[in-house]
Ligand binder design. Structure first.
Ligand code: PBG
Ligand code: ZN
Length: 333
């Protein structure tokens, strides 16, 4: 008769259940909070499809982030939403010295000296056409012009004081181009390069594009973001980006791509691995809770656990404020 192995004793108590985590536990330091900064002074503008999220102006960042830093917030990633100046074909507003991102980096470095500041690097929030790069006359992306422009933008953020620059554009060769620019200017030893390496052409970016007004005015992003079926290309993109000089790699979106997070953990076991729980994932969990289909805290924590289990070390999530509280008040099982 086979030995009767019992699993239930392993999960009979709350503490015993926590011991099944194999060392992968969400901590406050793993959370990176994506925030939206606008150039219109005095702003706190609700983002329609993203409950509890706002576009903030630099002059209100202390009101917004002060209580969160108090609660244990350790890092943010900045997205700029310029509304006062006109966008152009090359996204000049991305590295405008008076623009929201550069101003916010400087403000945060001064007022929150312990906060780790990452800046998203892309052109889509700043171009008149809404694409992530510079375009050729026929409307396709001009890859090489784009990587040059992205390197200028990344360097401007590094000079303003960003600890980390994070290109989300998906042009070929942008990690090499940004890395070379940082090194040439003396930032090679201090600015971290976090690559959105496996970024998929997802249907889950809708609320974000509304929030930052970055939807392409024609076409879509399928010729530079990865097709959702492309596990092999994702693996190649991850290996390529670390070879080009990435310090951290990212998988995005997160929940529908846990297998890719698992692959990334295996391809780059010695690197920090980030994943981005994107705006659509956030909105869906809120919508499910609002419809009475799920308990918000329970499903958000379950989503975090799944990402940690798959191998993530950093999670970008709009649920950061809630999670900072929940980590301090574990629910009795
Ligand atoms: C821009 C960018 C996007 C997101 C982060 N950076 C949108 C896109 O590629 O269209 C998505 C974030 C989210 O949905 O929360 N390159
Ligand atoms: Zn973009």
């Amino acid at each position: 008769m086979p030995h009767d192995v019992r699993l239930h004793p392993s999960i009979a108590t709350p503490l015993g259940r926590t011991w099944q985590n194999q060392g992968r536990v969400l901590s406050k330091g793993a959370l990176m909070y994506p925030i939206f900064i606008t150039d219109e002074p005095g702003s706190k503008i609700p983002l329609g499809s993203m409950p509890n999220q706002y576009r903030w102006s630099v002059d209100r960042l202390s009101e917004f982030l002060g209580p969160l830093v108090e609660r244990g917030l350790q890092s943010v990633i900045l997205f700029g939403v310029p509304v006062l100046k006109e966008k152009d074909e090359v996204g000049s507003l991305a590295d405008d010295a008076d623009g929201p991102v550069i101003q916010a980096i400087k403000y945060l470095r001064e007022h929150f000296p312990t906060l780790y500041i990452a800046a998203d690097v892309c052109l889509c929030e700043y171009t008149s056409h809404g694409h992530c790069g510079v375009l050729c006359d026929d409307g396709t992306v001009n890859n090489d012009e784009s990587t040059k422009r992205l390197a200028d933008v990344a360097l401007a953020y590094a000079k303003a004081g960003a600890h980390c620059v994070a290109p989300s554009d998906m042009m070929d060769g942008r990690i090499a181009s940004i890395s070379a620019a940082l090194r040439a200017a003396g930032y090679g030893g201090k600015t971290t390069l976090m690559a959105y390496s496996a970024k998929f052409a997802s249907g889950m970016y809708g609320p974000f594009r509304d929030a930052v007004a970055s939807a392409p005015s024609f076409g879509d992003r399928r010729c530079y973001q990865l097709p959702p079926n492309a596990r092999g290309l994702a693996r190649r993109a991850i290996a390529r980006d670390v070879a080009e000089g990435a310090d951290i790699v990212m998988v995005k979106p997160a929940l529908p791509y846990l297998d890719i997070i698992g692959d990334a953990r295996e391809i780059v076991p010695d690197y920090p691995l980030a994943c981005y729980q994107v705006s659509g994932e956030y909105a869906m969990l809120h919508a499910a809770a609002a419809a009475g289909i799920a308990d918000l805290r329970r499903v958000v924590e379950e989503s975090m656990t799944s990402m940690m289990r798959a191998g993530a070390s950093i999670i970008l999530t709009y649920f950061t404020p809630e999670l900072l509280e929940w980590i301090d008040s574990p629910v009795a099982a």
